[in-house]
Design a protein around this ligand. Structure first.
Ligand SMILES: C[S@@+](CC[C@H](N)C(=O)[O-])C[C@H]1O[C@@H](n2cnc3c(N)ncnc32)[C@H](O)[C@@H]1O
Length: 393
């Protein structure tokens, strides 16, 4: 990897994270699942990428997200959220994992501007240092920080790039079966270890059951994964979606994330799966490089999100690409608003660059999808009208 080396303090932190991983591997008898590895290196208290104090976002960080790129993204989402809030006669907005708080700042501004019936802007953030950054950034009297999911109420839930950070199981097709890819400690350091899920390791039974279900569903859809194919799934997804849906007595959930419908995600053309790591703006495929300093993501199976949502009693009323969502949801109105505020050439150029990155097919435009789920309100998914991709789920 051609990225700058970590400084001494960061390198020492990464060694501590690696030591914790090695301890976990030894305690488990020499092997841990990739999901357990991700949980540790991303979320272990005081150690993980999201729970310790690394910069993460922006020029000095590792990656950039849509709300960081341009306020246009949050502006369009807020217009969609406003229509939903009005359709249900008011309620709370819950944002999961607000990052630096950039989305919340613009969304609150727009929701106030359009006199949205917003009762509270709730935020649930598992990272203590990000929560602190949000508190410094968001000064709105409607802002509330939660320690756990709230009780059911009329509510809209929003989550950008959260599902792709959930721990993922990894598998490889070997001798016609689905083997479990996990992590071991070898002469060169942390390394991939593959084994058939035959019951010696914790979680083998759940892995086998999920693999059988997925393989059968893919077969029904005409997909057989070839020998050597490697892929991922999110084992906590069903539970996680059900818990979120339970907070929505009536209202909606709006997800934005890198992902695909199942037959496109598990496609023989994607032999190496969708695992992607980010360190100082270098995207790479090695999750063992600088543990604790590297973000690790895997793409979302949106068919699985739709299934989990329907099982939790919610209806999928929209699924489309980020480009179609922005075009259908009020991009022009947002651009006019921005132009009325400032026509300074530097600002205009910056705005154009941001929108390009949000919309270009090779950037976020096609890779990021938005999905809207509702319960108990008439569908108000105008931003999804331009390109309805629900048939592909
Ligand atoms: C890739 S960042 C996205 C941040 C922000 N939504 C954005 O678009 O800029 C992932 C965020 O989700 C938080 N996070 C990860 N897993 C979470 C979970 N299970 N519940 C709530 N927040 C979570 C992280 O701490 C971080 O703020």
């Amino acid at each position: 990897m051609n990225a700058p080396k970590p400084d001494a303090a960061a390198a020492a932190h990464s060694r501590r994270v690696q030591d914790a991983v090695v301890d976990a591997i030894e305690a488990a008898g020499g092997w841990i699942s990739f999901a357990d590895y991700m949980q540790l290196v991303l979320h272990a208290p005081g150690l993980g990428y999201y729970s310790a104090g690394s910069t993460k976002f922006g020029a000095e960080g590792d990656f950039v997200t849509a709300p960081e790129l341009s306020p246009i993204f949050a502006g369009v989402c807020a217009r969609q959220i406003d229509r939903l809030l009005k359709a249900q006669g008011g309620g709370a907005l819950l944002e999961l994992g607000p990052g630096t708080g950039a989305f919340a700042v613009t969304a609150l501004e727009r929701l106030h501007q359009v006199a949205s019936p917003l009762l509270a802007y709730e935020m649930l953030e598992i990272s203590a240092d990000l929560r602190e950054r949000q508190r410094q950034h968001i000064r709105d009297p409607l802002a509330r920080w939660l320690d756990a999911l709230p009780t059911p109420a009329p509510r809209i839930v929003f989550a950008n790039e959260i599902i792709d950070a959930l721990p993922a199981e990894r598998f490889v097709v070997r001798e016609g079966g689905w083997w479990r890819l996990g992590v071991g400690w070898g002469e060169e350091g942390l390394e991939w270890r593959v084994r058939p899920a035959e019951g010696q390791a914790e979680g083998d039974a759940a892995f086998r059951a999920h693999a059988a279900m997925l393989a059968e569903d893919l077969q029904r859809r005409g997909v057989t994964l070839p020998e050597g194919y490697c892929g991922e799934w999110h084992p906590q997804l069903n539970e996680w979606v059900a818990a979120l849906a339970a907070t929505v007595e009536s209202g909606a959930i709006l997800f934005a994330d890198y992902g695909l419908p199942r037959t496109q995600l598990y496609h023989p053309d994607r032999m190496q799966g969708s695992l992607r790591c980010h360190y100082r703006h270098h995207a790479h495929g090695d999750p063992f490089a600088y543990p604790g300093l590297t973000d690790i993501t895997t793409w979302v199976d949106f068919s699985a999100v739709a299934e989990a949502s329907e099982a939790a009693g919610m209806q999928v009323v929209g699924f489309t690409t980020q480009t179609a969502f922005l075009l259908g949801g009020g991009l022009e109105a947002e651009l006019q608003l921005a132009a009325a505020l400032s026509n300074d050439p530097v600002q205009v150029a910056r705005r154009a660059a941001g929108v390009r990155q949000l919309m270009l097919p090779g950037e976020m435009g096609e890779a990021v999808k938005l999905m809207l789920l509702t319960r108990g309100i008439a569908a108000q998914g105008e931003a999804f009208g331009l390109r309805d991709l629900r048939d592909s789920l």
